[in-house]
Design a protein around this ligand. Structure first.
Ligand SMILES: [Zn+2]
Length: 158
């Protein structure tokens, strides 16, 4: 079992792992998620912390989610308008756009987090701080999640 102090793979490899919802660092398939939306605080494979001990992590992950969802919205709308151009059927185009946006936004949510973690690991390589130093404090994670939910202004994003 590799320790978290090991160096991470290349950015491309980490992004590929992130897209398939694996741990970008060790590639463990069940890294952070016990179910599609249910995550644990540490990777099951390498023990890497989810939020990596800094405040802005969730904001970055939300930005990735926001960008991918927004792109899906635009692409769907453009395809709908372009393929039917002179007489655009408003309800089907809007309906399919909303459907795709909701699907990408909801089901892409975990992927946006592992993707962001790949970027984050590239920008800030794994350090001792990601290891076992804070293992004791993570065991009680419920109050921490409540605090972060009210900490960042996420009202306007989505
Ligand atoms: Zn891992």
């Amino acid at each position: 079992m590799p320790s978290t102090a090991d160096t991470s793979p290349t950015l491309g490899k980490m992004l590929l792992r992130g897209i398939v919802r694996c741990c970008p660092h060790c590639g463990n398939r069940h890294a952070f998620f016990t179910k599609w939306f249910v995550r644990r605080e540490r990777c099951a494979g390498c023990g890497l912390r989810w939020e990596r001990n800094y405040e802005g992590f969730m904001l970055g992950a939300m930005a990735v989610s926001f960008i991918t969802t927004g792109e899906a919205l635009l692409i769907t709308m453009l395809i709908g308008v372009a393929s039917t151009y002179p007489e655009v059927p408003l309800v089907p185009v809007l309906g399919s756009t909303v459907a795709v946006t909701v699907l990408v936004g909801v089901f892409g949510y975990p992927i946006s987090y592992t993707l962001w973690q790949a970027v984050d690991l590239y920008l800030r390589p794994v350090s001792e701080d990601d290891g076992e130093m804070h293992a004791r404090t993570i065991l009680s994670d419920a109050p921490q999640q409540a605090a972060e939910a009210e900490g960042e202004g996420q009202g306007e994003g989505r």
